[in-house]
Write a protein that binds this ligand. Structure first.
Ligand SMILES: Nc1ncnc2c1ncn2[C@@H]1O[C@H](COP(=O)(O)OP(=O)(O)OP(=O)(O)O)[C@@H](O)[C@H]1O
Length: 302
């Protein structure tokens, strides 16, 4: 498989010498939307700053678009669009003029300005001052700035931070469209699993400066299909609970029923017969499966 980003053995410490990243391995397949997930302070921004050269690398290797970042920094940055930290938007300039400033720096065709504004849906307000934009519009302008020079890769650090639910949906649909229609690979960080789940094809999870999972969304969902336990519903939960406890089965009784651990199916069947023999009606044995949120929490907890 071809990768547009390959990070190996990346480690980093700030001046206070506390290790912030340790042995980060990360591979973004070409054409993917890669969700880089982790709780606050996990090391997402530091990783993205290292990948884009905003921080100087100390240990490890970063390959972007098939080339070593150390040796081909400028060439790589010319093909990469970034949205990390607050974008440098001139509030007193219109959306179009903000892009004009960048177009002169990049020396790319002027036609790219309207094209980028169209892509992010700001063409109708191109002459409005950016200072009068809502946060959602500013983020879309920032995205237009990142897209202006026709990058092959977009690197976005929590682009939906601070947006309202509508703004989040708009940004998500926009990123999907850019990926689908323009074939641009996207690396996007977030601390919100539900948001990434709806967007990403691949997922990397970082916790306390270490990668704890990397794989496709299907692989993460595969963990979900594993049975965590069973929920037992009977006509007399109190008596059933006593019987099960007498057999040293660790159970939890709550309003929904009796929660059993992930026992083998043969044991569950045998328990069912025993309860029925004792005159307890069993009207439900439901497997309880992992949801993605539980998997995420399990992965990021020590
Ligand atoms: N300039 C700095 N000097 C010292 N420590 C820093 C600096 N920047 C970040 N850190 C520390 O590095 C760790 C990782 O921070 P980072 O911003 O990369 O995490 P994050 O996953 O992006 O979190 P968030 O979602 O809150 O932005 C944190 O413990 C943070 O306090």
């Amino acid at each position: 498989m071809a990768y547009c980003i390959e990070v190996a053995g990346l480690a980093y410490q700030f001046r206070d010498k506390t290790p912030v990243l340790q042995d980060i391995q990360l591979k973004v397949p070409q054409g993917a939307i890669y969700g880089f997930l982790g709780p606050n302070g996990a090391g997402k921004t530091t990783t993205l700053r290292l990948i884009t050269g905003l921080l100087r690398m100390q240990t490890g290797n970063v390959q972007v678009l098939g080339k070593s970042f150390r040796q081909h920094r400028l060439e790589i940055l010319r093909q990469t669009g970034c949205l990390i930290e607050s974008p440098a938007i001139y509030e007193h300039l219109s959306a179009a003029d903000n892009l004009l400033v960048l177009q002169r720096i990049y020396q790319c065709p002027k036609a790219n300005i309207m094209e980028a504004l169209n892509t992010v849906g700001l063409q109708a307000v191109r002459d409005k001052k950016a200072g009068q934009f809502s946060l959602g519009m500013k983020q879309r302008l920032a995205l237009a700035m990142a897209l202006l020079h026709h990058p092959r890769l977009l690197i976005l650090d929590e682009p939906t931070n601070g947006l309202d639910p509508n703004g989040i949906i708009e940004m998500r649909e926009l990123l999907k469209k850019i990926n689908r229609e323009q074939g641009i690979s996207i690396l996007i960080s977030s601390h919100l699993l539900p948001e990434i789940e709806k967007l990403a094809t691949h997922i990397g999870i970082i916790s306390k400066g270490r990668m704890v999972f990397e794989g496709s969304l299907e692989q993460l969902s595969g963990l979900r299909r594993q049975v965590r336990g069973y929920l037992l519903e009977t006509t007399d939960n109190a008596v059933a609970a006593k019987l099960l406890s007498a057999r040293d089965i660790p159970i939890v009784t709550d309003t929904e029923g009796i929660q059993l651990p992930a026992l083998p199916v043969a044991v569950i069947t045998e328990l069912n017969s025993q309860l029925v023999q004792r005159g307890i009606g069993v009207y439900g044995i439901q497997p309880v499966k992992n949801d993605l949120e539980t998997i995420f929490m399990d992965l990021i907890q020590p």
